[in-house]
Design a protein around this ligand. Structure first.
Ligand code: TYD
Ligand code: MG
Length: 463
């Protein structure tokens, strides 16, 4: 007695609801909740006839971990992945259209192909000719790259079975459709069902010969603001690794960020630059993020941050100004606005600067999004510098977490942050007193000043 239920689901994050909603309460997106046709299903009846699942002793398992990872040829990407692609793992690469996903993929496929592994590039986005001209532009011979231009799920899986590649790329998951599902390509039900079928294939192991079958798989997913396509977020729970390629409009910087990794660390980032010859790895990221800095302006300071395991110097800018309207604007780009509101309250209470009637803009230069609390001290410093209209010495870096009672709290990786600042020629660091006290060695040429309270931080930066 199966009956088809009409349910609603968010095309951005995949959350399900019994009724239609204008805004998804899970991810906060507007106009993304849509009706989803449910296949009729009654579970249980097939169980009586099924074989039990095989059980093995853990001691006898060959071990995914012992299988050789597939290096991508880009050390920035390998580090984010945890050493390359694992065989039979599924990675989702999300990002805005035009950010460089297909470009990155072509560069990876070329390297892996030249290293003697078999690859398959299944694309529903571009013709073989278009891919050829991109490869020419990138200076790639294309010798190691096999292309399938296909959107039908029922035809691409047999192609994968026939070719048995080590790595398969699907560009993009939103163009894949199955004739068995009665909805448009890119809809939530198509994207979910096709991804599930592809992942099933990727994970498959044939018993003879042992370990045969399956493929490492990279699914590309466009992020769309309009919610017209099912977003990569709705697939995050199904895959092993989730990467996002981010960037800031016309700037060349690209950040590859891992938000999920079943086989490695998260919060690692890879840094690239889009050039005329594709994505180039950035060997000196701090220098890249500081390259356009105007050093004698009020409202700017250099933050000694950490991204994953790597120190990174980043410029933080603030603009504090008179507001002509009734409601002052508080805008934060790359920083949590709630954190900025908290820091504003601390500044007002402990530094006596009255900000409430003023506009405050805060910006992380270069399009990075930062979430570490160590950023607090830099945000406070940039806001104060703009408020007092006095520049901070350009060869000074800051870091430290700010507490509600106006204290500057110690943070992790102080040694790495200071070493990076010294390496780039900075002369002074204003840091939490706790970190200064516990620091045994300090880099040559760097004066380290400890501050226990935001008032001491302000005094050291804006004497
Ligand atoms: P693309 O990889 O097609 O983006 P996605 O697959 O994420 O949609 O990137 C296209 C953009 O990259 C396009 O604006 C042109 C630019 N580009 C370069 O700047 N240099 C290059 O070598 C290539 C191939 C593309
Ligand atoms: Mg593309």
């Amino acid at each position: 007695m199966a009956k088809a239920l009409a349910r609603y689901a968010c095309t951005s994050c995949g959350a399900r609801f019994p009724k239609w909603l204008g805004r998804c309460p899970e991810c906060g997106e507007w106009n993304t909740v849509a009706e989803e046709a449910q296949p009729a299903a009654e579970l249980g009846s097939a169980m009586a006839h099924a074989d039990p699942s095989p059980v093995v002793s853990l001691r006898d398992v060959g071990g995914e971990a012992r299988e050789a990872r597939i290096s991508t040829g880009l050390s920035e990407l390998d580090r984010v992945l945890g050493g390359g692609f694992l065989p039979r793992s599924v990675t989702l690469l999300g990002g805005d259209p035009g950010i460089g996903k297909s470009t990155l993929v072509l560069q990876i496929l070329d390297h892996i192909g030249r290293a003697g592994r078999k690859t398959l590039y299944i694309t529903g986005e571009e013709s073989a000719g278009q891919i050829k001209s991109r490869a020419d532009r990138l200076g790639l011979s294309g010798a190691g790259i096999q292309i399938v231009t296909e959107v039908e799920l029922e035809r691409m899986i047999p192609a994968m079975v026939q070719e048995a590649p080590d790595l398969t790329v699907i560009d993009s998951i939103q163009t894949v459709r199955s004739g068995e599902i009665d909805s448009a390509a890119g809809s939530l039900s198509q994207v979910r069902a096709c991804a599930a079928r592809l992942i099933h294939h990727a994970k498959q192991v044939q018993p003879h010969p042992p370990q045969a079958g399956g493929t490492a798989m990279l699914l590309i997913g466009h992020v769309t603001k309009e919610g017209a396509l099912a977003g990569p977020r709705s697939l995050e729970h199904m895959v092993d690794v989730v990467l996002y390629l981010e960037g800031d409009g016309d700037r060349p910087q690209r950040v590859l960020r891992s938000v999920k990794n079943r086989f490695g660390a998260i919060n690692e980032i890879g840094l690239f630059r889009m050039t005329g010859k594709g994505l180039a790895e950035v060997s000196n990221p701090s220098a890249l993020f500081l390259q356009e800095r105007i050093t004698d302006a009020p409202g700017t300071v250099v933050f000694a941050g950490m991204e994953g395991t790597r120190p990174l110097l980043i410029e933080i800018q603030a603009l504090v100004g008179e507001n002509a309207l009734a409601h002052p604007r508080k805008t934060a780009a790359g920083v949590d606005p709630n954190r900025v509101a908290l820091l504003q309250a601390v500044i007002e209470k402990h530094l006596g600067a009255s900000l409430s009637g003023l506009d405050i803009y805060l910006n992380v230069v270069g399009g990075l999004r930062l979430s570490e609390p160590a950023l607090d001290a830099a945000a406070v410093a940039a806001v104060l510098s703009s408020f007092h209209n006095r520049p901070i010495d350009p060869r000074t870096v800051v870091f430290g977490e700010v507490g509600l009672t106006g204290e500057l709290r110690g943070v992790n990786f102080a040694r790495e942050r200071l070493a990076e600042a010294a390496r780039l020629g900075f002369r002074r660091a204003v840091i939490p007193e706790h970190n200064r006290k516990t620091q045994e060695t300090r880099p040559d040429g760097l004066e380290v000043i400890g501050a226990a309270k935001v008032a001491e931080l302000a005094a050291a930066l804006l004497p």
